[in-house]
Write a protein of this length. Structure first.
Lengths: 311, 360
């Protein structure tokens, strides 16, 4: 009887505040812009949860240091570990160390090399690149239809670095969207690379305009190139209200261009959302709930209507 | 006077033996490339008989496609300015690899002093310094940028002149240092939103005006001043130059300093044109600048070349770049095609030159 009471008491105690769950997080670098947004998303999310503690470490871009941090987390008995990998090729050892100790592990933002062979109790939280180009191109398509151009619209596609996976994926998404029934009124006059750069995009756009061919839209793989295209078009005396321009990233410069009515569409990678998502996933794993191996935090479409939320 | 002392190294000058200027080679190459693109425009089925340089859609008053002519020169003006400086470095027998990263570093530094306080009525989201650095007169970022260029250039020059390390290594080291400065300045964050007066420096066709103006000045300096003659003399034969009383060390410092100041000015124009400065700006600029000079007939062994040649070399790049978008060449093949054209142009120059030497 005594024992039962004790157990019940303990259980009651644990289910209330005494159950402080601890999560250890190792971030590749604290001074990286994007990762800082993600980090702040993690701390903000922790503040909203009661009874969860977050211990965050800076790996300072050092693979060995990161592995030491993980082993230290394991030694101090954390309930789950979050890793933003310094080197995504070095995640095998981290997975093994955590799995051997039976501690759940969540990779965030950077895709681990061993994603397909990850042991149970581990997951990967990030955004799926396939969404960004699709959201961008589809919104341009909708805007063009709304502008009464569904009878046929022509335009240009600016690629990022041809050797970059994100650039290749985003361009492929644009082609896929244009292949849909709803958007097949769109035709690409030409696509070229401007290497993510505003300067190259300016020159490329001016070159395109020098052919004198009329066009209705410019889709760029990132905001910098979209801004370069806008600068070239404005220098060429074009009316930006007539041309649909899209980018990806929702950078501060892009939001200013959007406020000025020049940029029509951009896409936001929700880094803070990734940070919060990694906490939720880590907690779910620690509580023994089943979690998908990959958890995708959606990209967010940014248009003049909601642009103010991102400034 | 004209028939005795125009040649380098004090060689007698005989007007009868004078062959055509070597810049003619590169001019012929330029015309050839234009003709190839013009022909491709007629041959390729999807081009609808559009012309490369001529106005086939009746958009302009003249017979030329003015928009195309403008972009051909506009897109090479900024690297062209760097190439002017590199030209005199190569003529002096050296090389400057640091110009590309110097562009990145100077752009970041200069733009930090050119920011405006309010962007569309909102505070500048990219502010580097505090209140005091907003809306400064345009002279400040320009002077700061040029001073930084002069500093880097004089370090380059002093390393090369006094420690005698090869220019390739000295400027390669500076290449890394400058890229590091560019990245460390704001820890990789871009610097944007300049004042209107700063934005004017690179607005519209301004880069072309700077390029042409500076080319004229450099041409004059290299051709008609003591500075120019000494540069050629050092590049042709450094020991002979020293023995004839030229202060080679001091001159080398000047050469590198002028080259870096031109690169710094290119950076100011570039960041003004783009209304932003980013640490990754100027990637490969040093190599393109060297290539423009070499295509223009500047000899990497020193002592030979001219500013006119380099300007023509820059034009070759501009024509190629515009030509590729004109014929809608698949982006994946452009680098290969560009490499091939560059090599062909230099080979053509070399062959014609060797023939000319044999004749004389």
């Amino acid at each position: 009887m005594k024992k039962v009471l004790l157990a019940a008491g303990l259980a009651a105690l644990m289910s209330s505040s005494a159950l402080a769950e601890t999560i250890g997080a190792s971030i590749a670098r604290f001074d990286d812009n994007g990762l800082t947004i993600m980090r702040n998303g993690m701390t903000a999310h922790i503040d909203k949860l009661s009874g969860v503690e977050l211990q965050m470490e800076d790996a300072q871009d050092d693979v060995a240091r990161q592995l030491d941090q993980i082993n230290n987390f394991i030694a101090s008995g954390v309930d789950a570990i979050i890793v933003n990998a310094v080197d995504t090729n070095a995640t095998e050892a981290m997975s093994n160390a955590a799995a051997a100790a039976g501690v759940p592990l969540v990779y965030v933002n950077r895709q681990p090399i061993n994603l397909d062979t990850m042991p149970d109790g581990q997951a990967f939280v990030a955004s799926n690149e396939i969404e960004s180009g699709t959201l961008e191109a589809f919104q341009i398509c909708r805007n063009l239809r709304a502008a009464g151009k569904s009878g046929g619209a022509t335009g240009y596609l600016m690629n990022g670095q041809l050797s970059n996976q994100a650039a290749v994926q985003r361009s492929k998404d644009v082609h896929d969207v244009i292949g849909m029934d709803m958007c097949n009124f769109m035709t690409l006059i030409d696509e070229q690379t401007a290497n993510w750069s505003r300067d190259e995009a300016q020159d490329l756009m001016t070159n395109w305009m020098s052919s004198g061919e009329p066009f209705d839209f410019v889709i760029a793989n990132n905001d910098e190139m979209a801004i370069g295209a806008i600068q070239a078009m404005k220098a060429g005396g074009m009316d930006m209200a007539e041309i649909q321009v899209g980018g990806v990233d929702a950078t501060p410069d892009a939001l200013v261009a959007m406020a000025a009515g020049d940029l029509d569409v951009t896409v936001f990678q929700d880094l803070a959302g990734q940070g919060a998502g990694s906490i939720d996933t880590a907690l779910a794993l620690a509580r023994g709930e089943s979690v998908d191996k990959t958890v995708f935090i959606p990209f967010i479409l940014v248009t003049p209507e909601n642009a103010a939320d991102f400034q | 006077m004209a028939n005795t002392s125009r040649g380098t190294g004090g060689l007698a000058f005989d007007p009868k033996k004078r062959s055509l200027p070597s810049e003619l080679n590169i001019f012929i190459a330029l015309i050839l490339i234009v003709l190839i693109f013009e022909a491709l425009g007629q041959i390729l089925p999807y081009m609808n008989n559009q012309s490369f340089l001529f106005d086939t859609r009746d958009r302009f008053d003249s017979i030329f496609n003015e928009a195309r002519l403008r972009i051909i020169i506009l897109q090479v003006s900024i690297i062209g300015i760097i190439a002017l400086g590199v030209t005199q470095v190569i003529i002096s027998g050296g090389i400057d690899l640091s110009s590309g990263p110097l562009v990145g570093a100077t752009a970041m530094i200069a733009m930090s002093f050119a920011q405006t306080e309010l962007v569309n009525g909102n505070p500048n989201p990219k502010a580097v310094f505090g209140e005091w650095a907003f809306d400064l007169p345009v002279l400040i970022p320009v002077v700061v940028g040029l001073a930084f260029g002069a500093f880097i250039g004089s370090v380059n020059g002093m390393l090369i002149a006094f420690t005698r390390i090869p220019p390739f290594i000295a400027t390669l080291g500076m290449f890394l240092i400058c890229r590091g400065i560019a990245q460390a300045w704001t820890r990789g964050k871009p610097v944007s939103f300049p004042t209107d007066s700063f934005a004017f420096i690179g607005k519209g066709m301004m880069p072309v005006a700077w390029f042409i103006g500076l080319a004229f000045i450099l041409h004059f300096i290299m051709r008609y001043t003591v500075y120019g003659k000494h540069t050629y003399a050092i590049g042709s034969n450094e020991d002979a130059a020293r023995m004839s009383g030229i202060n080679v060390e001091r001159h080398k410092v000047m050469v590198y300093m002028i080259a870096s100041m031109l690169a710094a000015f290119a950076a100011i124009i570039l960041s003004s044109k783009n209304l932003t400065a980013q640490s990754g700006m100027g990637i490969f600029y040093e190599l393109y600048a060297i290539a423009m000079a070499v295509i223009g007939g500047v000899s990497l062994t020193g002592g030979r070349g001219s500013i006119i040649g380099t300007v023509l070399g820059a034009m070759v790049f501009g024509v190629i770049q515009s030509g590729f978008t004109y014929i809608k060449l698949d982006a994946f093949f452009q680098l290969m095609a560009m490499g091939t054209i560059i090599i062909s142009a230099v080979v053509l120059d070399k062959v014609r030159q060797e023939r000319a030497t044999k004749r004389s």
